[in-house]
Design a protein around this ligand. Structure first.
Ligand code: IPE
Ligand code: MG
Length: 247
C-alpha cells in the first residue's frame, strides 16, 4: 500500500483528490456575488495545497473546472478563466521552487488561448520536479478521459504497438491524461454527496469524505480533521482485515 505512517495514529494518504465546491453559496450567503466566492476559494486553495504537501501528501488532484462548468454564464466563466491564469502564473510558479511538478488533466478545447499558454509554461517550468505532483483538472470529465484513453489504445493496436491481450489495468492507466497512482482519499466540500464525473478510473477504492463546509472556509484545521478521519478508516480493498475484530 502507498500510505505512509506519520506517527502511530496518523496515516497520510499518498494521493488526495479535492472537488472544490461551495464557492458560489459561500458568497451568496454573505450577500456577495459568485466571483467573490471564487476569489476566496482560490485564496484558500493556495493555502490548502501548501498545507497538504507540508503534511507529506505526495500527489494532489484538484477539480477546479469541469467540462460541464462551461454551461455557466459567460461572466462567471470569464472570471474563472482569468482567475486561473493569475493563479497559474503567480502561485504555481512559486511551487516550482518547492519541487512540485504541476500537470493538467482535461481537454484543451474550448479553453481560452491565454489559459492554455499559461498551463504550458507551468508544465514546462516544473517538469523536472520530483517531490510532489499537483494535478489540476480543468475542463475535465471522467467519462471523456476514459474514452480518450480508449481511442489512444485503439490507435496503438492498429499501429501494432500494443497487443489487446496485454491490456490490463496498469497498461490502461498509462493511456489516461496522467499516469498517476490511485486516489486514496477524496474530499468534496459543501455537503454535496456526489462524484460528478471526477477521476472515475482513479477513484475505484478511494475513501470518500464530504464535509459540509464551503470550500473558502475549508481551512488547514479542517483539512487536518479530514486526514484524521482518513486515518480511522479501515481500507480492505475487497479483502478482510483479520486484525480488526469488528469485521
Ligand atoms: C466550485 O464552487 C467552484 C467551481 C466549480 C469552479 P461552485 O461555483 O460550484 O459553488 P456552488 O456549488 O454554486 O456553491
Ligand atoms: Mg457547485
Amino acid at each position: 500500500m502507498n500510505n505512509s505512517k506519520n506517527n502511530s495514529n496518523l496515516i497520510i494518504p499518498n494521493h488526495v483528490g479535492i472537488i472544490v465546491d461551495g464557492n458560489g453559496r459561500w458568497a451568496q450567503e454573505k450577500g456577495r456575488n459568485r466571483s467573490a466566492g471564487h476569489k476566496a476559494g482560490a485564496e484558500n486553495l493556495k493555502k490548502i495545497i501548501r498545507h497538504a504537501f507540508n503534511k507529506g501528501i505526495k500527489i494532489l488532484s484538484i477539480f477546479v473546472f469541469s467540462t460541464d462548468n462551461f454551461k455557466r454564464s459567460k461572466e462567471e466563466v470569464d472570471y474563472l478563466m482569468n482567475l486561473f491564469v493569475q493563479m497559474f502564473r503567480d502561485e504555481f510558479s512559486k511551487l516550482k521552487d518547492e519541487n512540485v511538478k504541476i500537470v493538467f488533466s482535461g481537454k484543451e478545447k474550448p479553453l481560452p488561448k491565454k489559459v492554455l499558454e499559461t498551463m504550458k509554461d507551468v508544465v514546462e517550468e516544473t517538469k523536472h520536479n520530483t517531490e510532489h505532483i499537483l494535478n489540476i483538472c480543468i475542463n475535465y470529465g471522467g467519462h471523456a478521459e476514459i474514452i480518450d484513453a480508449t481511442k489512444k489504445i485503439h490507435e496503438d493496436i492498429i499501429k501494432g504497438k500494443l497487443d489487446i491481450n496485454d491490456l490490463d489495468e496498469q497498461t490502461f492507466s498509462k493511456y489516461l491524461y496522467q499516469n498517476l497512482p490511485p486516489i486514496d482519499f477524496l474530499i468534496r466540500t459543501s455537503g454535496e454527496l456526489r462524484i460528478s464525473n471526477f477521476m472515475l478510473w482513479q477513484l475505484s477504492y478511494a475513501e470518500l469524505y464530504f464535509p459540509k463546509t464551503y470550500f473558502p472556509d475549508f481551512d488547514n484545521q479542517l483539512f487536518d480533521e479530514a486526514i484524521l478521519e482518513y486515518s480511522r478508516r479501515d481500507r480492505r480493498f475487497g479483502g478482510i482485515n483479520y486484525e480488526n475484530k469488528n469485521h
